[in-house]
Design a protein around this ligand. Structure first.
Ligand SMILES: [Zn+2]
Length: 54
């Protein structure tokens, strides 16, 4: 099932796809920051949400 990982702060979709990725991998890819709102994602384990795509 495709999954979607998004910033809890602004709702920006950080990853969407068929491959299951860990939030940590996605956070690392963005160097620990949301590209949209600049939230420090690496600091907060609840910073991103993972949901299956509808
Ligand atoms: Zn954000």
């Amino acid at each position: 099932m495709p999954q979607r990982i998004f910033c809890r702060e602004c709702g920006e979709v950080l990853y969407e796809g068929e491959l299951l990725k860990s939030p940590q991998d996605v956070i690392k890819k963005f160097e620990g920051r949301c590209p949209k709102c600049g939230k420090d994602l690496s600091f907060d384990t609840e910073a991103v949400k993972v949901k299956p795509c509808p």
